[in-house]
Design a protein around this ligand. Sequence first.
Ligand SMILES: Cc1cc2nc3c(=O)[nH]c(=O)nc-3n(C[C@H](O)[C@H](O)[C@H](O)COP(=O)(O)OP(=O)(O)OC[C@H]3O[C@@H](n4cnc5c(N)ncnc54)[C@H](O)[C@@H]3O)c2cc1C
Length: 375
Amino acid sequence: MKTKVLILGAGFGGLELATMLSEEVADEVEVTLIDRNDAFVFGYSKLDVMFGREQMADTRLPYSKFVKPGVRLLREEITAIDPEQRRVTTDAGVHEADVLVVALGADYDIEGTPGLAEHGNEFYSFAGAETLTGVIADFTSGDAVIGVCDAPFKCPPAPSECALLLHDDLVAKGVRDDCTITFVLPLPSPVPPSPEASKVIAGELEDRGVRFVPGRRIASLSSGVTVLDDGTELPFDLFLGVPKHRAPDVVIESGMTEDGYVPVDFHTLKTSFPGVYAVGDVATAGVPKAGVFSEGAAKVVARSIIADLGHGEPAEPHKGQGACYIEFGFDRVARVDIDFLSGPERTGSIQAASKEFVAEKEEFGSSRKARWFGI
Ligand SMILES: Cc1cc2nc3c(=O)[nH]c(=O)nc-3n(C[C@H](O)[C@H](O)[C@H](O)COP(=O)(O)OP(=O)(O)OC[C@H]3O[C@@H](n4cnc5c(N)ncnc54)[C@H](O)[C@@H]3O)c2cc1C
């Protein structure tokens, strides 16, 4: 009898987990990977699309190219999860599993910020980023506000990157002096686990004349004005927002969440339900919400499943280590190395922005493209 592994969500976590199981124990497992979409897109491609550096169609990696022995990838909408029975309902039927892995990411709660949908723009969804391509291209004078509606949110450096890239865009158009940029962030600094990286990014913002407002979140928007959580009003002509995040409704309705996300053992990614793991943005796992950490968590779960099948060493605890590439504008990328779980304290260090890291970031994407999609 093969072990039935059911993986919900074919994002960073789901793709890596299915790939490892296929590589190492394809003959002993029956892996079913379910996603509602027909393609995977790297989160950072949203910045490329909104600033006109890439077309959305070119960023899509079709799931039809994800072909792995022992794995079937189904395009279905997950409508209910029963973690006690390890039974999942979709718009196409019911799936049962010996091992269930929830890797459904985080959703956006656009309505959670009054006025965001009507008066602002968000750049965290693919549709939002695509809409912004034209909006940013047409913005040539006035006040721009980049605002984060709440924490936690995916890829903590991304809104800082957005501010730096917007400056670049305005300089390239020759209109920087006709515009202001204000950046509102609920965190105390751009990358809290790394004071060193935060200092460098804050310095870059200052050098570009970006007004940085840390420790505040966007509370609401009306026509041309956003209100912060302390009542401060900021006028804007262009609003680029990061919406509130939450676990997908189907996960909340399953009863698995606490404080909005699925609690797991930080080192094993096990939930309180036997045979059920949660990896990536959907979990409270002691690490930031970023693809590199979802992938790292998936590797630990894969090792654990493989060890339970009697192969290899027992899984090592999740160390919460990963490198984040930060766009600094003007074709430069910096690298921040984060370590959240291996020692007594979280640490983070930054390596200065350079063209070499542009190439390394490209390699980060192309290596995953090749590994998961064979392209
Ligand atoms: C602007 C931006 C820049 C970023 N830059 C980086 C970066 O440089 N480096 C980095 O590491 N991370 C980056 N990220 C974050 C990264 O994209 C996410 O953290 C990562 O994708 C999370 O992986 P995951 O596997 O947990 O979930 P996801 O990759 O979000 O995958 C979840 C999957 O579940 C599917 N799903 C959800 N609900 C259902 C349902 N009901 N039925 C069926 N399928 C469903 C979704 O379609 C999705 O494919 C960035 C994000 C943004 C927005």
